[in-house]
Ligand binder design. Sequence first.
Ligand code: MF3
Ligand code: CO
Ligand code: CO
Length: 282
Amino acid sequence: MNPIKPYPQSPLRSVPESIARPEYVGKRAPKPYAGSDIQTPEIVEKMREAGRIAHLAILEGASIIAPGVTTDEIDARIHKFICDNGGYPSTLGYRGYPKSCCTSINEVICHGIPDARPLEDGDLVSIDVTVFKNGVHGDNCMTFGCGTLDQASTDLMNRTKEAMERGIKAIKPGRQLNVIGRVIEAYANRFGYGIVRDYTGHGVNTSFHSGLIILHYDQPLVDTVIKEGMTFTVEPMLTLGDYRSHVWGDDWTVVTNDLSRCAQWEQTIYVTSEGAEILTAP
Ligand code: MF3
Ligand code: CO
Ligand code: CO
């Protein structure tokens, strides 16, 4: 398999004026979030809607995955789906990011920019979509295969999903946030996978990245106590080789140093009295 290279990007897509934008669009950086980590039921209800649209937008984009289809075509589908549902694609104009989703292929860990590269048979394709609607964000990522995926990539894709689900199941009010990374690391280690450390889960609410950090590896010093009403993402990135990464000259695309493949799954969750409710669900 050849290393991924940048291809030309299409012009910026427009969003109907009737759709409300997040505050950071047109600015260099978002306003730091100063609110609580705990959300009201009203905010959470809105996050369910934003989360559902994000999830369905991924499925819409993934439905055209095939050899020869470009990641820009996937972005176009996702952009239209989000706008048709009254949402704004949160990544478009976030710190200058130019597209409505992230498409991260093979050794790209995350933040791959959709472009004119045609997908190839055997590509591992992660699609990450965040939707802003009614003042809140929902953030979701899934990994797919293009055509026939080799066994190692298929296992990585499925086990990264399993790692995310185990991390989510470990969430209970009263436990510390470090429980999430501990169960993800224990599972990933069984297979010798690399666990990406430089990119993390995050609090998400009216803010895209609220400041709360969720690590996907074991770090006991992260002793913040999980509380009912918190909303955050769990989004492990696991690699077939070393977890260490660098960023391309486009300032976005994150790739593994050893060019080993990476898969990522992400859900936005809400901490309930019992555990965690997934907000990025159909
Ligand atoms: N959706 C990504 C996350 O899970 C963030 C993408 S930011 C972008 O946090 F600007 F790269 F799109
Ligand atoms: Co996220
Ligand atoms: Co995301």
